[in-house]
Write a protein that binds this ligand. Sequence first.
Ligand SMILES: *[C@@H]1O[C@H](CO)[C@@H](O)[C@H](O)[C@H]1NC(C)=O
Ligand SMILES: *[C@@H]1O[C@H](CO)[C@@H](O)[C@H](O)[C@H]1NC(C)=O
Ligand SMILES: *[C@@H]1O[C@H](CO)[C@@H](O)[C@H](O)[C@H]1NC(C)=O
Ligand SMILES: *[C@@H]1O[C@H](CO)[C@@H](O)[C@H](O)[C@H]1NC(C)=O
Ligand SMILES: *[C@@H]1O[C@H](CO)[C@@H](O)[C@H](O)[C@H]1NC(C)=O
Ligand SMILES: *[C@@H]1O[C@H](CO)[C@@H](O)[C@H](O)[C@H]1NC(C)=O
Length: 480
Amino acid sequence: MSRIKLSFSLLVLVFVGISNDVVGVEGLGVNWGTQATHKLPPKVVVQMLKDNGITKVKLFDADASTMSALAGSNIEVMVAIPNDQLLVMNDYDRAKDWVKRNVTVYLFNGGVNIKYVAVGNEPFLASYNNSFVNTTFPALQNIQNALNDAGHGDTIKATVPLNADVYFSPEDNPVPSAGRFRADISSQMTQIVQFLNQNNAPFTVNIYPFLSLYLNSHFPVDYAFFDGAANPIVDNGVQYTNVFDANFDTLVSALKGLGYGNMNILVGEVGWPTDGDRNANVNYAIRFYRGLLPRLAANKGTPLRPGYIEVYLFGLLDEDLKSVAPGNFERHWGIFRYDGQPKFPMDLSGQLQDKYLVGAQNVQYFPAKWCQFNPNAKDLSKLVENINYACTFADCTALGYGSSCNGLDANGNASYAFNMYFQVQNQGDLSCNFQGLAMVTEQNISQANCNFTIQIATSSSMKLLPVAGLYLAALTFLLL
Ligand SMILES: *[C@@H]1O[C@H](CO)[C@@H](O)[C@H](O)[C@H]1NC(C)=O
Ligand SMILES: *[C@@H]1O[C@H](CO)[C@@H](O)[C@H](O)[C@H]1NC(C)=O
Ligand SMILES: *[C@@H]1O[C@H](CO)[C@@H](O)[C@H](O)[C@H]1NC(C)=O
Ligand SMILES: *[C@@H]1O[C@H](CO)[C@@H](O)[C@H](O)[C@H]1NC(C)=O
Ligand SMILES: *[C@@H]1O[C@H](CO)[C@@H](O)[C@H](O)[C@H]1NC(C)=O
Ligand SMILES: *[C@@H]1O[C@H](CO)[C@@H](O)[C@H](O)[C@H]1NC(C)=O
């Protein structure tokens, strides 16, 4: 009897031991972006988060409908101030007002569990031409001070999600331990880091192994993932076999250089896109997450920072309105499709049980109707401009080189473009004509590797209806 009891308590101990190690779902967050023509209702998204045990979410604004859907969920939330509002936040009264209207208002019993305010989004990206270098720090200061003045400073921290190119290792010593901040923003970075430290707020960085691969054709592919690399970087006896660790530790070293080597670091974005580039596909995404998630669950950390790291995956859903300036992959970062359905098996608890995540429930779709190239069309002289028109207002990024629909023939290309436009226009009567080059079909014209999708019917998609007017204007233009 006592033996049984003993082994039972051993079992409990072992179990408790494991569950202490395995942060898994508890520690993991996701980025919920909303740059889409057709947005899932926020309540449906919040239910998805709950169904998958996701307990932290990072937003890119503080949209009222999103916030009210999150109210009462107890999900930890990072709200955000977009870059274009950084300048006005340099005025303390405006910052106070922002905090009142976008934070304090939600802090009632049963309200929103706000943990962080993101001040800007990657404001120091080189492609922004220094537009935000002088306004980011004062905005950060004002927002945290406003939070402090309102009595929320102990529980809500302001932080600045920064891109990983704010720091680097010199070419003559390209190892993580040589990390330092970019010289052109070093005074800004010093101010920011000192201020974060004063307020016990985390440093937030976005790390993208995919971009390392995308931006450098000589980048060793294995180094983007977590299953070993042929030529590890050796740094003070430490072997780095993946760019995530090396990148993170370069930041640790840069912080150490400023005297803040122990500052809490939060990974604001990390993930892998599934379309829009030869390296953006489901197989690579599976490989990336199968490496990343078990490490996070086991609190492996990095060589310089073993232990738990707070991480937000990028992203939750595909967003068909995201700018493709960085590349066509931008619209395909979701672990879920545009309609909230999972793309591939993924185990957020890091146990490698290859199950699909729970998809969005009760999603309403438009009828099973597609728009396709009309094979009887005689005059094809305006085909190219009609395809270009469709792709200006709808997402054709899956057609590009290395993407899922790249193998289509010329008619298939036209059908794909016409259908995407037809769906974005909520299958409106006039939106599948294209000067007689297109026709509606009730046959599913999807091909082996290329989905011809049906859009979701949402209240936000109804707001798009006035776009039909735009279409008429453009049609008139085309007819001239
Ligand atoms: C902050 O709240 C105001 C008032 O509700 C709203 O107009 C504004 O869009 C919010 N800001 C953000 C960044 O969502
Ligand atoms: C940055 O500068 C370049 C060259 O001067 C220009 O082409 C680009 O549009 C600018 N980008 C922004 C975001 O201002
Ligand atoms: C930022 O401020 C510095 C110092 O006042 C100034 O030299 C620089 O031109 C400013 N940069 C921009 C982009 O406004
Ligand atoms: C289809 O479109 C893609 C993307 O624009 C292009 O690369 C490809 O060559 C096109 N295929 C044909 C057969 O026209
Ligand atoms: C169309 O066919 C594809 C491929 O077989 C399938 O995945 C998709 O669900 C179908 N769509 C509809 C609306 O039936
Ligand atoms: C097409 O969509 C279906 C869901 O309707 C999904 O199961 C399938 O994997 C998708 N195929 C591609 C190539 O994206």
